[in-house]
Design a protein around this ligand. Structure first.
Ligand SMILES: [Zn+2]
Ligand SMILES: [Zn+2]
Length: 349
């Protein structure tokens, strides 16, 4: 079968590998769509993301093609999403309610872990079906379900934050992760939900998914307007940083109220300098957030199914698997501005 193998930055190959077979407890999924994640684009364009070989692809949907002995969680023909979480269920993080920080999670996650075979391929083998296969509700389309990785990151960030109904919230960075944070924060009932992005096209999308205001972080008047809106508490109770850019962290700290919380969702390779003497007396709560849990994927599918979560603002483009390398290059060089490119390893199925 056809697959796309990653050897290193700008060294990706279209290859032929044997179709996987389901051993005891395992499941083979025939891939309908696999999204090209920002993580894949970063690994394609810069050093230090994946220091190993693998077949890319960790956010996919398709049909259960074969089940191994003893599998009861799915049956052949089921429509499923396949991808992270890769939690082991045994370590301290897994057993203390934080499986997304499982110390064994990385190597187990298909399309992320060293030498794993991800879903930039016609079929993918799930060795941990109870952890990484999610049955898609009948009224949720493959095009909606394949966004689970995007939607779940912002959703988890809001659930992990201290945000309470009535709080005012800032989301800085309105790429697909920022949009998912805006949607989740909207569901949590903010007073003012203020988005920031330097690009007008992204500010428009932020308003579309529920932000009350969308401002340009480089415009002093816009910053002043946000401060005025947030003046009751001298800032936002929670600021979500979703761009990963150092200047976006600055925007969040600048607009956070004393004793407020800055949730760091974005990841960036550049160092960030923090002058503690200038910030300590504000007693900010800086907190990281990472990926999501399997329960959160199930919640998101229920929310989409009930019409409480709109996936229309997420732009998608479908492409054949053999176009994956071109699409990685176009995404890396900023030629494509989309929420997701969906690879179709089996054509239209
Ligand atoms: Zn991803
Ligand atoms: Zn674990």
């Amino acid at each position: 079968m056809k697959a796309v193998k990653y050897h290193g930055p700008r060294n990706v190959e279209f290859i032929d590998i044997p179709k996987p077979q389901a051993g005891p407890g395992q499941v083979v999924v025939k891939i309908a769509y696999c999204g090209i994640c920002g993580t894949d684009v970063h690994a394609y364009s810069m050093e230090g993301i994946f220091n190993w070989e693998l077949v890319l692809g960790h956010e996919a949907v398709g049909y259960v093609d074969e089940i191994g002995e003893g599998v009861t969680c799915v049956k052949v023909g089921d429509r499923v999403a396949v991808g992270p979480p890769g939690d082991c269920g045994k370590c301290y993080s897994c057993n203390s309610g934080k499986p997304n920080t499982c110390i064994n999670g990385f190597p187990n996650t298909i399309g992320i872990g060293p030498n794993t075979q991800g879903a930039y391929a016609e079929y993918v083998l799930s060795k941990f079906p109870q952890n990484e296969l999610f049955i898609i509700p009948d009224n949720v389309s493959f095009e909606q379900a394949v966004l689970f990785d995007v939607l779940a990151v912002g959703f988890h960030a809001v659930r992990r934050s201290d945000m309470k109904v009535g709080d005012s919230v800032v989301v800085s960075g309105c790429g697909s992760i920022g949009l998912s944070a805006i949607q989740a924060a909207k569901m949590a009932g903010p007073t003012y939900l203020i988005a920031f992005d330097p690009l007008e096209s992204k500010r428009k999308l932020a308003l579309e998914v529920g932000a009350d205001y969308a401002f340009d972080p480089s415009n002093e008047n816009d910053i002043a307007k946000a401060k005025e809106l947030l003046s009751q508490a001298n800032g936002a109770q929670v600021c979500f940083e979703a761009a990963g850019h150092p200047s976006s962290i600055d925007t969040c700290i600048n607009l956070c109220m004393p004793s407020g919380q800055v949730m760091l969702i974005g990841n960036d390779g550049r160092p960030y300098q923090l002058v503690t003497a200038a910030l300590g007396h504000y007693q900010y709560d800086l907190k990281f957030t990472f990926t999501y849990t399997k329960e959160e994927i199930t919640m998101l599918f229920a929310l989409i199914s009930m019409g409480k979560l709109d996936t229309k603002p997420y732009s998608i483009l479908k492409a054949p698997l053999d176009d994956a390398i071109n699409k990685l290059e176009e995404l890396a060089t900023g030629k494509l501005e989309l929420a997701r490119v969906l690879l179709m390893p089996n054509g239209n199925i």
